[in-house]
Design a protein around this ligand. Structure first.
Ligand code: PMP
Length: 415
């Protein structure tokens, strides 16, 4: 195993990021592209695209199984990516990082492996009303299978966990608290450390969905004091098909495999099979090797600016966007929790978000419309969908000016 990667000192200015993204030079319907859908998936910088091509051109083979030089080269690159992720999350050990397809797979892994082995009738799994569907449905499936019950902490009018909900929902029956770190529909940043303290007090575990956190803020799993943390590479300027699950090693070591196949075993026979230690136990089959290499390049890319500068830049942009959108007549922002991250969820009375999104697209402005895989959030706010602009390091004020102008025009047309 490689040693955990150290976080380097930042060496670039985040305002130079935009030029690294070839796709931002594209035209859409004859207009320069304004990409405000990074919450769904972020675009890729030249550095990540090149790292993946370079790997396929000079280092590619299968991992963990060949004695030949290329297989060893690929294994070194794959394991170095694991060490990079361990550095990103401040894991205690590199072996605590399990490569998965993304956040969805990581949540399903924990629900199926840990959940099936540890939940039963009378036990409760606590989530929030603002979870992404991937933080709800895997737990519903395992609750159905084991007889456990799913409990949801309610939201207040700003889109934060309502006062008193942590104490009301987390109690002696709680075995797992699974929370979103940053809401993809609202931008709310949850008080994970406080939630973890409440869970610890009753002997429950804590799982965190970090899909919308890692692109915007430094994450330290030891400081958060959680037990599992998961994210997707594609929202962090990396490729699709790769993400990582961090789990406390002592916990991973007690968990049964959830998928069987090559690479996850110690010894296979028809009399019985024994399993490899984590992380291999949870990585059955050929993994997304080039994806891991791309993810490592994405982490290097983000580190080249540093999270402090990224967060400051995006917060300034969010404040500017909030201010200019407030001037658009008839528009309301859903999700106003203090300290929220770079997401602007927009509601316009009497205008359907799909119509709004289509007109914005004709203007070259890419936003996401719909329920954002968070239907309980829509229910909590009494809307069926919103128009979401989500920010990344390559956005600037001119993108938000184009958004506001396009919205004003679209609302004028649709009303
Ligand atoms: N959780 C959150 C908060 C998300 O925003 C997303 C993606 N929209 C997911 C989970 C699911 O991620 P993936 O589709 O990459 O598995």
């Amino acid at each position: 195993m490689s040693a955990i990667s150290e976080v380097p000192a930042p060496r670039r200015d985040v305002r130079d990021a935009r030029g690294d993204f070839p796709i931002l030079r594209e035209q859409v319907h004859g207009r320069p592209l304004v990409y405000l859908d990074s919450g769904a998936s972020a675009q890729k910088p030249r550095q990540v695209i090149d790292a993946i091509s370079r790997f396929y051109e000079t280092g590619y083979s299968n991992v963990h199984r060949g004695v030949h030089a290329l297989s060893q080269r690929a294994t070194v690159a794959y394991e170095a990516a694991r060490a990079k992720v361990a550095g990103l999350l401040n894991a205690r050990r590199v072996e605590e990082i399990v490569f998965v397809r993304g956040t969805t797979e990581g949540l399903n892994l924990v629900a199926q492996s840990w959940g099936r082995a540890n939940l039963g009738p009378g036990d409760e799994v606590v989530v929030t009303e603002m979870e992404h569907h991937s933080g709800i449905v895997p737990w519903q499936l395992v609750c159905e299978a084991t007889g456990a019950t799913l409990v949801a902490m309610r939201l207040d009018a700003r889109g934060a966990i309502a006062e008193g909900e942590i104490a009301r929902c987390i109690g002696p029956k709680t075995k797992m608290v699974s929370v979103i770190h940053v809401s993809n529909a609202l931008g709310t940043v949850n008080p994970v450390h406080e939630i973890a303290a409440a869970a610890r007090a009753v002997g429950a575990l804590v799982m965190v969905d970090g899909a919308q956190a890692v692109p915007h803020m430094a994450v330290d799993v030891q400081a958060l004091d959680c037990d599992f943390y998961v994210f997707s590479g594609h929202k962090l300027y990396g490729p699709t098909g790769i993400g990582a699950l961090w789990g406390r090693y002592e916990l991973l070591a007690t968990m049964p495999p959830w998928q069987g196949g090559g690479d996850m075993i110690e010894r296979v026979s028809f009399a019985g099979t024994t399993y490899a230690a984590p992380p291999a136990r949870f990585e059955a089959g050929t993994p997304d090797i080039a994806g891991a290499v791309g993810l490592a390049a994405a982490i290097d890319y983000v580190w080249s600016f540093g999270y402090e500068a990224i967060a400051a830049y995006e917060h300034e942009l969010l404040a500017y966007g909030t201010e200019i959108l407030a001037r658009v007549p008839g528009l309301r922002i859903i999700g106003t929790a203090p300290g929220k991250a770079a997401i602007l969820s927009i509601h316009v009375d009497g205008v359907h978000p799909h119509d709004l999104g289509t007109i914005l697209d004709m203007d070259g402005v890419a936003v996401r419309v719909g329920h954002h895989c968070a239907q309980p959030v829509m229910d909590a706010f009494g809307v069926s969908a919103t128009t979401r602009a989500s920010l990344a390091i390559y956005n600037d004020r001119s993108d938000l000016d184009r958004l506001a102008a396009a919205l004003e025009k679209a609302i004028g047309l649709l009303r």
